[in-house]
Design a protein around this ligand. Structure first.
Ligand SMILES: Nc1ncnc2c1ncn2[C@@H]1O[C@H](COP(=O)(O)OP(=O)(O)OP(=O)(O)O)[C@@H](O)[C@H]1O
Length: 323
């Protein structure tokens, strides 16, 4: 097993401008290692270059410069092996409406040159919960079933690396849970998982390593815990015994806000301040404390700090997206 499932070096992509528009440098010079066996989240605002990166890895978009290694195979030197090592679940739900799931998987297996005796059509359909629909026309499948069929198609050639591009956009909570349970199972069985998502909470739950890309460049790539640990802020949430206004005379560097439930949120840099000092200052301001809780920073805080972009809340369509 190679140390890295994916190695990108100096990856650059320029889309030629059309109709008088200037060229677009979608990837500037991306270096990225994704360790084998990980669940890696590739995050970034709209237009950052995530799909371009994934599509280059999948062989769907031609890079302008740089090298791409998949499972140790250089895409330019060993195109067949590198293609065989990766399966991509695309963002769009486009499937051929006249094929049944069984026929779609058989066709995909044929495209990848999987010999008939090695095909696992039934077991893949079973694991994505589509066996009872195996022989129905794909056009009769619900959106959630189509998504599962796309996952199944990406798995027919048993790739070591599975890429899911925005897999849960517009998917209901039950299906999302099922999809993630299945992805976790695949990972436990050794498949490296790469996913892009607009839902930071999802990335926080699912991924053990995270890369953040903004404007065609990687701005962070670390273990999730290290990334969150980089954020030095801490927040104390105080429930006062009686309704209160914002306290006066807090130490410098402490930001105070009243929350709609009447609690008082006090944020500060951990390196410069202690919880004890903050609480002393609150008491000195005449506030009696009924309860205190502390909040650690979330991935979203880091994302905002690194990209200056706030993502829309869960459930809303990301900017510029129809889905
Ligand atoms: N075929 C294309 N021709 C010209 N420009 C393109 C093309 N595909 C993408 N771009 C541009 O390249 C940049 C990166 O796009 P990309 O789709 O990779 O971003 P993304 O991070 O996946 O965004 P999103 O979250 O919206 O999917 C954007 O500015 C986009 O407009």
């Amino acid at each position: 097993m190679p140390q890295n499932a994916i190695e990108l070096r100096g990856l650059r992509k320029v889309y030629p401008g059309t109709g008088g528009a200037p060229d677009k440098e979608a990837l500037k010079s991306l270096d990225l290692d994704i360790p084998a066996g990980s669940v890696f989240g590739l995050l970034g605002p709209n237009g950052a270059g995530k799909s371009t990166t994934i599509n280059i890895m999948a062989g769907l978009v031609r890079k302008s410069a740089g090298t791409v290694k998949i499972w140790g195979f250089d895409q330019d030197v060993n195109p067949r092996q590198s293609r065989a090592a990766i399966g991509v679940v695309p963002q769009e739900l486009n499937i051929d409406p006249f094929f049944s799931p069984r026929a779609a998987l058989e066709l995909q297996a044929g495209l990848y040159g999987v010999p008939a005796r090695e095909r696992r059509t039934e077991s893949i359909l079973t694991s994505v919960g589509l066996l009872d629909k195996a022989d129905s026309y794909a056009r009769t499948l619900s959106g959630g079933m189509r998504r599962r069929l796309l996952v199944a198609k990406a798995l027919v050639h048993a790739p070591q690396v599975l890429v899911l591009d925005e897999p849960t956009a517009g998917v209901d909570i039950e299906l999302r849970q099922m999809l993630w349970d299945y992805v976790r199972e695949l990972n436990a069985a050794g498949t490296t998982i790469i996913l892009t998502t607009h839902y930071l909470e999802e990335a926080e739950q699912m991924c053990d390593r995270i890369g953040i890309i903004a404007d065609g460049a990687l701005v962070a790539c670390e273990e999730k815990s290290a990334l969150i640990g980089r954020m030095d802020t801490k927040t104390l949430v105080i429930t006062p015994e009686r309704p209160t206004a914002l306290p006066e005379g807090l130490p410098e560097g402490v930001r105070a806000a009243l929350r709609p439930d009447g609690s008082l949120a006090l944020s500060y840099a951990r390196a410069k301040m202690s919880a004890g000092r903050v609480l002393d200052a609150v008491r000195a301001a005449g506030i009696s404390i009924a309860d205190v809780a502390s909040e650690e920073p979330h991935l979203e805080d880091i994302f905002v700090a690194l990209t200056s972009t706030k993502l829309p809340p869960e459930g809303e369509a990301p900017l510029g997206k129809a889905s």
